[in-house]
Design a protein around this ligand. Structure first.
Ligand code: MRU
Length: 354
C-alpha cells in the first residue's frame, strides 16, 4: 500500500501528491519549514496525513532547538506549533496533533531537553502507527454497510494518501474486499485540484478495486438512473452535532443523496472530530488562490486572462444529510456522536448498524 509520509533516519519523507499520478517523487524534509511548505502546497494533503506531517515537522524542528531549559525549549516549540497551525485552517487534525504533543511535553516536563527531543520523534511515529490502526477499525465498522454488488460513490481522496495508510473512506472498501464482497466505486474527479481523478482512482486501481472516474457534475445523473447505492466520504472537521466539513462539492453530493434516498456515510477518525464546537458554522473554511481554478497543474491555463475565480476549498454538510458517521468506535447517527465525549456512556447503546 502506498505510503504518504515516513520518518526515515532523522528526515521526513513525503510523497509529492501534487505530481501524482504523472510522477511518483518523494520530498526529503530536513527542517520543519519544509514540512510546513509541503502542507501548504499540497505535497501532502488529507486531514489525518497533515496531522501526522505536523507532528513529524515539530519533531524535526525540535532537533535544532538550542535551549537547554524546559521553558526555553517550550518557547521555541510554540513557534513551530504556530507555523504548523497556520498552514491549513479547516482540518482539525493539525490542532489535534499539536494538543497531543503539548500534553506529552507537559507530562515529561522533568526530563532533560535531549530526552524531550527523542520523545517527540517517538510520539510522531506513534501518531502515524495509531492512525493506521484507527483506519482499519473504521474499515471494519464501515464494511458492514457495503453489500455484494454495491456501487459506492466517493468524493475527493480519503484514501491511504490522505492518511498514514489504509484511508478513512476507502478503509470500508478495503475491508469489504478482504471479506470477498464484490462492489465497484465511482470517483468524483473533484475539481479544482482533482484529488478524485489523480489520487483516488490511482489508489483504488492499485488495490484492484474496480473504479470509474466521473466529472463532478455526473453524480446526480447516475443517482437518477439508480446506479449508486451509497456514498462514503471523508471529513476534515466534523462538529460535535455531526455537521461535516469536507472537500468542496461534498455538500452537493449529500443533498443529491437525500433526494434519491441514498445513504450518505462519513468516515471520521476521532482525530477529525472537533468536540469543542457545537456546529459546522464554527468551522474555518480555507479559500485558496484562484490559479487552481484558472489553471490545471499550475501551468495550463483553462480560463481567460483576468477572469475572476473563487476557490473555496471545503464546504459544510449539515447533519440532516448525513446517514451515519463511521468512527473507530463504531458508526453513529450525527445526533448520537456526542456519546463519544461521555466517558461513562457505553457507545454500544448508540451504535448505528445496517
Ligand atoms: O484539500 P485536501 O486534498 O487536503 O482535502 C482533503 C479532503 O477533503 C478529504 O476528504 C479529507 O481530508 C478526509 S481525508 C481522510
Amino acid at each position: 500500500m502506498v505510503k504518504s509520509i515516513e520518518w526515515v533516519a532523522g528526515k521526513v519523507i513525503m510523497l509529492d501528491q501534487s505530481k501524482l499520478p504523472c510522477k511518483v517523487t518523494y520530498i526529503e524534509c530536513t527542517g520543519y519549514k519544509k514540512v510546513a511548505e509541503g502542507i501548504k502546497k499540497l505535497w501532502i494533503r488529507g486531514a489525518p496525513a497533515i496531522g501526522i506531517a505536523a507532528a513529524m515537522g515539530v519533531a524535526l524542528g525540535a532537533q535544532d532547538i538550542r535551549a537547554t531549559s524546559y521553558e526555553g525549549f517550550m518557547k521555541s516549540i510554540e513557534t513551530i506549533f504556530s507555523e504548523m497551525l497556520a498552514t491549513r485552517p479547516t482540518a482539525v487534525n493539525i490542532r489535534w496533533a499539536v494538543q497531543r504533543i503539548r500534553r506529552v511535553l507537559m507530562q515529561k516536563r522533568n526530563e532533560p531537553v535531549s530526552r524531550l527531543k527523542v520523545i517527540l520523534i517517538e510520539e510522531a511515529k506513534t501518531i502515524l502507527r495509531e492512525d493506521i490502526e484507527v483506519n482499519r477499525a473504521i474499515g471494519r465498522w464501515g464494511a458492514e454497510f457495503i453489500k455484494d454488488g454495491d456501487t459506492i460513490l466517493t468524493h475527493c481522496n480519503a484514501g491511504a494518501l490522505a492518511t498514514g495508510g489504509y484511508g478513512t473512506a476507502t478503509a470500508p472498501m478495503l475491508v469489504a474486499k478482504e471479506q470477498g464482497k464484490r462492489f465497484q466505486v465511482i470517483a468524483d474527479e473533484t475539481r479544482p485540484v482533482l484529488q478524485g481523478a489523480r489520487l483516488t482512482a490511482w489508489e483504488l486501481m492499485q488495490e484492484g478495486i474496480p473504479v470509474t472516474l466521473i466529472p463532478d457534475n455526473t453524480a446526480g445523473a447516475l443517482m437518477q438512473r439508480g446506479e449508486i447505492n451509497l456514498a462514503i466520504v471523508g471529513t476534515d472537521r466534523t462538529a460535535r452535532n455531526g455537521d461535516v466539513a469536507n472537500k468542496i462539492g461534498t455538500y452537493t453530493v449529500a443533498v443529491l443523496c437525500k433526494e434519491h434516498r441514498i445513504p450518505f456515510y462519513v468516515a471520521a477518525p476521532l482525530s477529525s472530530i472537533d468536540f469543542s464546537i457545537s456546529s459546522g458554522k464554527f468551522i474555518p473554511i480555507e479559500e485558496r488562490g484562484p490559479e487552481e481554478v484558472t489553471h490545471v497543474f499550475g501551468k495550463c491555463r483553462i480560463a481567460p486572462v483576468g477572469v475572476n475565480a473563487r476557490n473555496i476549498a471545503f464546504d459544510v454538510t449539515p447533519r440532516k444529510y448525513v446517514t451515519a458517521i463511521i468512527t473507530e468506535k463504531g458508526a453513529f447517527r450525527p445526533k448520537d456522536l456526542k456519546c463519544l465525549m461521555m466517558s461513562k456512556t457505553d457507545p454500544d447503546e448508540f451504535r448505528f448498524r445496517p
